[in-house]
Design a protein around this ligand. Structure first.
Ligand code: TYD
Length: 205
């Protein structure tokens, strides 16, 4: 595969969508073909899974939740991401397997290694070339979500202790794979964050 696979990770409210848009616009300016996508919900099947996993009215057990994210991932990678990379395109993706390790592993307290293995099985071993972690203090993230004034989904509605564990897990993942991760302080102004990301992406092109 010759394309480039870039994922953005971080807690809810960290600003991933803003940064993914900025990165996409810059890559297009460079003349590259970009596939902008996300998990959960990057495919038609994924949209249905997303609805269940984020908005199910009933309870979902932790392992069932992990399998739903993995099912979304398996279909998304097989039908959208891998084909794009094989066409030499750049995939800019909001969330990937690190979200599962952080949210289902540390958040729901499942075994992190098992969650990672499940994701890798689902994605036939595909790892990103670069993962941008937008790191934001839990309280700041909550303020942003509150001021956005939208209805919380099942994960966003979790207590602050859950989000603290998720943040710590993301930072641990980044520390374990410094070659794959770029950690950015998400409390910086958006254009400064974008500049840090571009500096890291430019040499990869
Ligand atoms: P996201 O699309 O970032 O939410 P929003 O559109 O509200 O910004 O992510 C949806 C939620 O799913 C988010 O709270 C994190 C969670 N999630 C997991 O728990 N595990 C996963 O593997 C993924 C991909 C997301």
């Amino acid at each position: 595969m010759t394309g480039l696979f870039i994922t953005l990770e971080g807690g809810d409210g960290a600003g991933k969508t803003t940064q993914a848009s900025a990165l996409e616009a810059w890559l297009i300016e460079q003349g590259r073909v970009v596939v902008r996508t996300r998990e959960p919900g990057g495919t038609e099947f994924g949209v249905e899974v997303r609805e269940i996993v984020l908005h199910s009215r009933g309870d979902i057990s932790p392992r069932a939740e992990a399998l739903l994210y993995a099912a979304d991932r398996a279909h998304h990678i097989a039908t959208k991401v891998r084909p794009a990379l094989e066409r030499d395109e750049i995939v800019v993706q909001d969330r990937y397997l690190d979200s599962s390790v952080a949210y289902q592993g540390a958040g729901r307290v499942l075994d992190a290694g098992e969650i990672r293995d499940l994701s890798l099985w689902a994605a036939e071993g595909l790892l990103p070339d670069l993962t941008v972690l937008l790191d934001l203090d839990e309280d700041r993230a909550r303020e942003r979500l509150d001021s956005a004034n939208k209805r919380f989904d099942r994960l966003e509605a979790e207590k602050s202790d859950f989000h603290r564990r998720v943040r710590a897990a993301f930072l641990e993942l980044a520390a374990a794979e410094p070659g794959r991760f770029l950690v950015v302080d998400a409390s910086l102004p958006p254009d400064e964050i974008a500049a840090v990301i571009l500096e890291r992406v430019a040499p990869l092109l």
